[in-house]
Design a protein around this ligand. Structure first.
Ligand code: FEO
Length: 392
């Protein structure tokens, strides 16, 4: 199998994975994914960028079958979907030198059992001349692990970005068909692994702002021919200002909480606020994560199970706390049968969210007119807060 040309002397040697449906045993992959690897050939030396997921190593092996020599293996990120094939590359091309960031060196030893002597750490900003192809290494921590770096190919203005700017899509084409088509997938990916490091994403964006970039070649999903579109989207997602949106994970056992959710959705809509409810009995948590990227307010709505919130909604609270979105306000709605500590339990489960808690609405059994009026008041409170932020 011949490496696929992207531009002269830069080839794709990665693997789509059409069948994978879960990443990290957690993240839904409705459209599969890909593990991208790239071969950059200079007059004198050849570099391989990343080494695919072990399950797809056969694809990399086939692409490299007729490649006589690889001098450098650039390891952007130690997570195994990019580094898993490195031991095979070391065996296939004796003498190949692994280049990584300084923090990655010990991680490659720990995670893959590599011999430290095979790894040379490169400095942030260091250049490597392959002979008419100059690679510049740029430390880009926390997109997605602390050791992650990117590589800029100076002559061709290609940014090999690893996880950031990537998307979980399996396709046979190498390039993004249109910027609009990629944004939902890229946002889903940002939400799931980069949102917790939003402030560092801003710093990484600042770091590349003066680079002239013609192509962004990430380690998952297609290559961007319109780099500024995805960079602008990242700026918006990482920005401190949320959108005029309420995210509403909920579940209902016997219909009481559902009545409150229906009332709140109507009341918020009437006040000009976009609301995205997620019935957690069936929701795609990737969609929930995407909505958390922009939302100004989080309202969780659940019936009481024993004394606490229904576990499916509680999972959404745990996820939001882990992803640390930029939400500014939160509230809680729900009903209970005979007793409950739902509000205390939910509040205690989201210490990472720097939110102002708006008055919860909790009722006993079926909501009565006064309870539904309290839901309207909650909508008023949310609208007032969104106005204060200039969102309404
Ligand atoms: Fe694609 Fe963080 O690994």
């Amino acid at each position: 199998m011949k490496p696929r040309e992207i531009i002269p002397d830069v080839h794709y040697v990665g693997a789509p994975d059409f069948d994978r449906r879960l990443f990290d045993a957690l993240i839904p992959l409705p459209d599969g994914t890909s593990y991208n690897s790239y071969l950059v050939r200079g007059r004198d030396k050849t570099a391989l960028i990343d080494a695919v997921e072990p399950m797809k190593l056969d694809v990399l092996k086939a692409y490299l079958a007729e490649v006589p020599k690889v001098d450098f293996l650039i390891s952007h990120h130690t997570e195994q979907d990019h580094s898993g094939g490195i031991p095979w590359v070391l065996a296939r091309f004796p003498g190949v030198q692994v280049l990584s960031s300084e923090p990655a060196k010990s991680m490659l030893v720990d995670h893959l059992g590599l011999d430290a002597a095979a790894i040379r750490s490169v400095a942030d900003g260091e250049r490597l001349d392959l002979g008419g192809k100059t690679l510049r290494f740029i430390y880009t921590p926390w997109v997605h692990w602390p050791e992650t770096m990117s590589t800029y190919l100076e002559e061709d203005k290609v940014l090999f970005s690893c996880d950031w700017f990537g998307s979980h899509i399996a396709q046979t084409g190498l390039f993004v068909d249109s910027a609009a088509s990629i944004m939902a997938e890229a946002k889903r990916y940002y939400a799931e692994i980069m949102m917790p490091f939003r402030l560092i994403v801003q710093k990484n964006l600042d770091k590349i702002k003066d680079l002239e970039i013609r192509l962004i070649a990430p380690s998952h999903g297609p290559i961007h021919r319109d780099p500024q579109s995805i960079i602008r989207a990242y700026r918006d997602w990482a920005d401190d200002m949320p959108h005029n949106t309420v995210v509403l994970p909920w579940v209902s056992m016997h219909g009481s909480t559902a009545l409150m959710v229906e009332r709140l959705v109507g009341a918020l809509t009437a006040r000009g606020i976009k609301v995205q409810p997620f019935n957690m009995a069936t929701a795609d948590i990737g969609q929930l994560a995407m909505t958390l990227v922009d939302a100004a307010t989080l309202v969780v709505a659940a019936p009481t199970v024993h004394v606490g919130p229904h576990p499916m909604v509680f999972n959404a609270v745990i996820l939001a706390n882990a992803l640390r979105p930029k939400v500014r306000f939160a509230s809680i709605m729900g009903s209970y049968g005979w007793a409950g500590k739902m509000v205390d339990i939910v509040k205690a489960a989201m210490p990472n969210l720097r939110v102002e808690l708006l008055p919860p609405v909790i009722c006993k059994g079926l909501p009565r007119p006064a309870d539904l009026e309290a839901v309207d008041k909650l909508a008023d409170a949310i609208a007032a807060k969104h106005k204060e932020l200039g969102l309404l």
